[in-house]
Design a binder for this molecule. Structure first.
Ligand code: GUN
Ligand code: FE
Length: 471
């Protein structure tokens, strides 16, 4: 019984482990043993058979029969991979996934998004929608998500409770917006402060050490926030060294609007910087049309970028220059941006990140703009961990990190992926001069391009088995 693994003292996961600890590097640990203790921490990663001794080295009192062994990653086409990280998702927009018509950002917000979000203050509705979002993202292997909820504090608190209940690691953001918003979906400065404080207190009370859920300050974007509100949030961010998330430079109309609203700031990034909202714990979504100077401020402050290629294609916002950001050492992760983006899957988002990078390369004529399979899977895991300031906790299989993992099986019944036993010989003219990928690299490429949630057969967060499609 797979559920027993999480409940026991110490679990050893056996099988092929694949991860991307560094940009562009797919590391394969064949026939590995990963030892995970009762609090979900990885204690060893080894390739030997002597996992009992390894476990006892860590805890001498462990008896052989209290060590559970999970062999599920040991069959052909099966491997463990770090859980996916969604660095930007709007939970209350999920009912709108796929519905965006011909809109672009600003009319999309007023036509589709604000009406939907405002309706989620009904707690019954919030419960239905948030349950579906968590079930769907977990089933797709998302073990950590940076959520935007709504203005409503009670519905936002419910989202935090559901994450704890279902066991998804999450950043919980109550959306702040006191300006330039419709009458039916706006708050005053005083309400915004009060509700923000209330949600922070709730999340911290439910998970005092922030083991699974943490609050994140969430000014929606500069146009929805008064200078006074952003100033207050900036002071709070600095005082409590809090996480913060917002949108930046997504669309030309939005950028012009920000210029008009904040003439005293040098740029869009300057508006946030002038309000002390930029730090190494700040997540900026989109960052498509940044100037060199804005990119430099973002790099200096250490902010991370949530790259949302499905959203940016769907509502025709543009192509973020991911290589350009990475070259400045700016951490980049992936965001589904439900429902600017239609898909709750980070695997799909990674695939689209690869394609968008190629469209960018066709336009820029810079081959270097292309992202590889290994690189987009890095963004989906380790890159996202950095963006969420959790690079020491999740994102790869390393001693001291948490067991946030998914078991991938490309040979499930009705698999969207077909694997073949044979390979074209390496010296064949068909292969030509292209570098020959390893068996594992080919397998992972097939997963990226043709795989889906059917191939994610089990998911763990903090050592707890949260999805199990096997038995
Ligand atoms: N800018 C302000 N609000 C939003 C939102 O909900 N989604 C996206 N993609 N951009 C935004
Ligand atoms: Fe967004």
């Amino acid at each position: 019984d797979i559920a027993a693994y999480a409940a026991s003292n110490f679990t050893v996961y056996r099988g092929d482990m694949i991860h991307t600890p560094r940009l562009g590097t797919l590391e394969v640990i064949e026939n590995a043993c990963v030892g995970v203790d009762h609090d979900g921490t990885i204690r060893f990663v080894s390739t030997g058979e002597n996992y009992v001794e390894e476990a006892q080295k860590f805890n001498a009192a462990l008896k052989v029969d209290t060590i559970s062994v999970c062999e599920l990653g040991a069959k052909t086409g099966s491997f463990f991979f770090p859980g996916f990280i969604d660095t930007h998702i709007h939970a209350p927009q999920y009912p709108n996934a796929g519905i965006f018509g011909e809109s672009t950002l600003l009319n999309w917000l007023t036509t589709y998004t604000f009406p939907m979000e405002s309706s989620i203050k009904d707690l019954k509705l919030a419960n239905v929608v948030y349950n579906k979002v968590l079930n769907k993202t977990l089933a797709n292997g998302t073990t950590l998500a940076a959520y935007y909820a709504t203005l409503d504090p009670d519905a936002t608190n419910l989202l935090a409770d559901l994450c704890l209940q279902k066991g998804q690691r999450a950043l919980i953001g109550r959306v702040c917006m006191d300006s330039n918003s419709p009458d039916y979906y706006v708050e005053t400065l005083e309400q915004s402060k009060k509700s923000t404080t209330q949600v922070i207190a709730h999340v911290e009370q439910r998970d005092p050490l922030g083991e699974l859920v943490q609050p994140i300050l969430t000014p929606r974007f500069a146009p929805s926030c008064s200078s006074d509100l952003m100033h207050w949030l900036g002071e709070l961010r600095e005082a409590k060294d809090m996480l913060c998330q917002t949108h930046i430079s997504e669309n030309a109309g939005e950028i012009q609007w920000v210029k008009g609203l904040f003439p005293e700031s040098d740029s869009y990034a300057g508006v946030y910087d002038d309000h002390k909202l930029l730090s190494d714990k700040t997540i900026l979504a989109h960052a498509i049309h940044l100037s060199d100077a804005e990119k430099d401020i973002i790099a200096t402050r250490g902010c991370g970028i949530a790259h949302c290629p499905i959203s940016n294609s769907s509502i025709t916002s543009g192509e973020a220059r991911v290589r350009w950001l990475l070259n400045s050492k700016i951490p980049v992760g992936l965001g589904t941006d439900i429902s600017g983006g239609y898909s709750p899957s980070i695997l799909s988002t990674a695939r689209q990140a690869l394609l968008v990078s190629r469209h960018l390369a066709m336009k820029s004529l810079q081959d270097n703009d292309k992202l590889t399979v290994n690189e987009v899977l890095y963004l989906a895991t380790m890159g996202g961990a950095k963006v969420c300031s959790m690079e020491n906790k999740v994102g790869s299989f390393e001693v001291g990190k948490k067991w946030d993992a998914q078991l991938v099986d490309l040979n499930v019944e009705n698999s969207p992926v077909d694997l073949f036993e044979w390979q074209v010989p390496q010296n064949s003219s068909v292969v030509g001069n292209f570098p020959t990928a390893t068996k594992f690299e080919n397998m992972v490429a097939k997963w990226l391009f043709n795989g889906d949630d059917r191939n994610t057969v089990s998911v763990w967060v903090n050592g707890r088995n949260v999805v199990n499609k096997i038995c």
